[in-house]
Design a protein around this ligand. Structure first.
Ligand code: SF4
Ligand code: SF4
Length: 323
């Protein structure tokens, strides 16, 4: 379980709040199953879950917005007067530079004026976790690290009760369940960036939030300040089978630092899509440029009702959900 040092909601047990020694990994040998502390993640999502607990996914995307939908927020709601016809204009207007310029990493700099975003269709998602494994292989996630960048929550059909969701389900595709993949949301106002005391993490102009593993001092403040629990501390030297190492992604540098989804920066800045999009067998994931009106994400956000997790916090996540 890598999500220690977390603020926990009321009702936390002493185990939840007890400080852990850096030299005593909580469970470095844990199986590779998603180690996001489901309970804490769900506590974190509690506000949203509480708002929409009575709803259903069909209700979230129905043509007539309910009070619950409005509270959750949709891509087509809450825009300034005059921009209703073009929701993307408002999304891009929200996008303020919050990064610390001048960072250099082994990754190529953003090539153009792209503003990357993702849309996940929860109605299409079958919970197969191929995105999880595709991401793990692409991004040199240590097979011994005990976490994955993506988690998929399984819930009962007709319910959005995150409290009873299951990240450790054995097999997806159950007709009585639906699936909600979660990962770093690449927030426009990333609280993780604000939380880093040494500027080891930042948001690039194309919207990708990155970490310089050589600058990270392992204080884990970013983990505390991320409302999506999307960051993971690597307690071990990450192990990846030699024939599966991706030379385009750091490996050794990731021991003893914080990691997370990078929107596959090594691919997306070179004209490819993310590994999770490529791995998804049902096309539930779309990745693209909000500045391109013809990109999949732009078209979907213009034409379909969509919601974001914890939108009420104002961190401006750039992963939307439709269903
Ligand atoms: Fe940072 Fe968390 Fe937002 Fe990702 S989801 S950008 S880690 S605050
Ligand atoms: Fe869902 Fe696609 Fe991920 Fe499978 S690969 S869990 S269908 S998003």
């Amino acid at each position: 379980m890598s999500q220690d040092s977390r603020p926990v909601a009321s009702g936390a047990t002493p185990e939840d709040i007890a400080p852990r020694s850096v030299t005593s990994p909580p469970d470095a040998t844990a199986p590779e199953s998603p180690t996001l502390s489901r309970r804490r993640f769900l506590q974190g999502l509690g506000a949203t879950a509480g708002i929409i607990a009575a709803g259903t996914i069909p209700a979230l995307v129905s043509a007539s917005a309910s009070a619950e939908e409005t509270a959750v927020g949709t891509a087509a709601e809450g825009f300034a007067p005059g921009v209703e016809e073009n929701p993307l204009a408002e999304i891009l207007h929200e996008d303020q530079p919050v990064n610390y310029p001048g960072h250099t990493t082994s990754y190529a700099p953003p090539p153009g004026k792209e503003k990357w975003a993702m849309v996940i269709d929860v109605k299409a998602c079958v919970g197969c976790r191929k995105c999880v494994y595709g991401c793990m292989k692409e991004n040199n996630i240590g097979r011994n690290s005990g976490f994955t960048y993506i988690q998929v929550l399984e819930m009962d059909q007709g319910s959005i009760d995150l409290e009873t969701s299951n990240v450790n389900y054995v097999e997806g595709g159950r007709p009585d369940k639906w699936y909600l993949p979660v990962q770093c949301m690449h927030c426009m106002k990333p609280t993780c960036v604000y939380g880093c005391p040494v500027k080891a993490t930042w948001r690039d102009p194309d919207g990708i939030v990155l970490i310089d593993y050589n600058k990270c001092i392992a204080c884990r403040n970013c983990m505390v300040t991320c409302p999506y629990y999307a960051r993971h501390f690597n307690w071990v030297e990450p192990e990846v089978p030699k024939n599966e190492i991706n030379p385009d992604v750091p490996l050794e540098e990731k021991a003893g630092v914080v990691e997370k989804c990078t929107f596959c920066v090594q691919r997306t800045r070179n004209g490819k899509t993310t590994a999770c999009v490529e791995a998804c067998p049902v096309g539930a994931r779309k990745f693209g440029d909000l500045n391109d009106p013809n990109s999949d994400v732009s078209v979907i956000l213009r034409t379909r009702r969509a919601f974001r997790l914890k939108e009420e916090l104002g961190s401006g996540p750039v992963i939307w959900y439709v269903g």
